[in-house]
Design a protein around this ligand. Structure first.
Ligand code: UD1
Length: 415
């Protein structure tokens, strides 16, 4: 088993380039099933989730080649989705909408992903039902079939990102107009819609809570560069706030009004946004803050664990309220081993302490694992983070990027 070994206490200085967005690339890879023309995705991040989505595409006889520039081509042929691959990531659920659009039916083994909550797909299924898809739920799988391929109107009771993407994947090739209400407004959804539009899809209202899709009979190939990864970008910003120092991030995925920037400023950081870059200067005196996660434009749940690390390093007590995933807090148990003071009750936690010391800690999921990397970089002494494979799901070589900023971090086999 590998581990990250970190000698903490070095401030971060220099510049770092962020990858393209994991959460934008994954639905685009599923979207490649919708055409037999060539799809080229430029600057794809070299992360495990992308590799698994490429393997899933090959199940349908598509060739998905290349690392940084991924080219997907070939006829999409009907096939069974293997459960061992679907169990590896949540985004495998996106083959639901894509397969229904292309083949009219699909048997989807229930998707996996990080253990940060129950993560059911009931909203995907009830929305598809209301568009004329029959759904049979079995033990560990769901079988869906198109009974009438027509548009319609769907109202999502919660703006699920995955359900919104599945509805888009399904309805772009439907007949007539589909009105999608209560949908997710995340920037990755807007980017995914731009990608689909570059294939010839007709969609209005991306970024708003109602979108209108006018079905087309075929989609064409495209070449597309996904947006920068706002979560990776945010992770480096928070890392600098945690360790101290001053860094420049090339490839800004954040918008001016992003709540992360407001929270970091509340903590005392100075931030300057430029065109496709962002600079941060950490504060010596870290002030406490409060945040409440929620669907966009609320604070991103994916950035919450890293802010938990910052809270543990800040003066006073910070309040973290998690409203999206019920098991997001598992990283806090590990932070406590490093000296954080935590009072947790249900979906909120008060976190403080002011300093961290090194320890051997366990990543339980992708973003919780990233929070522990930040903790190790900021702690006094040596930290070993076990289970880096969770971190590999969303970050391209963080040890190299952090080392280029002056951190003492290595990836090594754990003895
Ligand atoms: C996506 C992101 C993930 C991010 C999340 C919220 C990808 C690949 N992943 O995940 O990084 O943290 O959005 O911004 O883009 N839910 C249900 N029933 C459903 C669907 C969702 O109860 O049918 C619940 C989930 O259990 C969760 C909440 O709704 O508690 C949010 O889920 P959703 O927005 O669907 O997130 P994902 O698409 O899984």
């Amino acid at each position: 088993m590998d581990s990250y070994v970190i000698e903490g206490g070095k401030k971060l200085y220099g510049e770092v380039r962020v990858q393209r967005s994991k959460n934008a690339v994954l639905p685009m890879l599923a979207g490649a099933l919708l055409t037999e023309d060539k799809i080229v995705l430029r600057e794809c991040p070299a992360i495990t989730d992308v590799k698994i989505m490429k393997s899933l595409l090959s199940v349908f006889s598509k060739t998905a080649s290349g690392e940084e520039t991924v080219t997907i081509e070939g006829e999409s042929l009907r096939a069974s989705l293997p459960s061992y691959l679907c169990a590896k990531l949540r985004a495998s659920s996106l083959f639901l909408g894509a397969c229904l659009a292309v083949f009219g039916e699909v048997e989807l083994p229930l998707p996996g992903g990080c253990a940060i909550g129950k993560r059911p797909i009931d909203l995907h299924l009830s929305a598809l039902r209301s568009l004329g898809v029959s759904v049979v739920e079995g033990e560990g799988f769901v079988r869906c079939r198109v009974t009438r391929r027509r548009g319609g109107r769907v109202v999502l009771p919660y703006p699920s990102v995955g359900a919104t993407e599945n509805l888009l994947l399904y309805s772009v090739l439907s007949e007539g107009e589909t009105i999608l209400s209560g949908v997710a407004r995340e920037p990755e959804i807007v980017d995914f819609v731009s990608f689909l539009k570059s294939m010839g899809a007709k969609i209005r209202g991306a970024g708003e809570s109602e979108m209108v899709v006018e079905g087309v009979s075929r989609l064409r190939g495209t070449e597309y560069t996904p947006m920068f990864d706002r979560i990776e970008c945010g992770s480096y910003l928070i890392a600098c706030a945690c360790t101290g120092g001053e860094i420049e991030i090339l490839g800004n995925g954040l918008q001016k009004k992003d709540l992360l920037l407001a929270k970091l400023r509340q903590n005392g950081c100075k931030i300057a946004l430029g065109n496709d870059k962002i600079q941060i200067k950490a504060s010596r005196d870290k002030m406490p803050f409060s945040l409440r996660t929620g669907p966009y434009p609320a604070f991103a749940t994916d950035l919450h664990p890293m802010m938990g690390t910052l809270a543990a390093l800040s003066g006073g007590e910070s309040l973290l309220v998690e409203t999206v995933f019920e098991n997001r807090f598992s990283y806090l148990t590990e932070l406590e081993r490093m000296g954080a003071i935590v009072h947790r009750n249900g979906n909120f936690a008060f976190v403080g302490g002011g300093r961290l010391h090194g320890a051997t800690v366990l990543a339980h999921d992708l973003r919780g694992g990233a929070a522990l990397l930040l903790a190790g970089l900021s702690a006094e002494g040596k930290t070993i983070v076990l289970h880096p494979e969770y971190i590999d799901r969303g970050y391209t070589q963080p040890e190299i990027k952090f080392a280029s900023l002056g951190a003492r971090i290595e990836r090594k086999p754990y003895e």
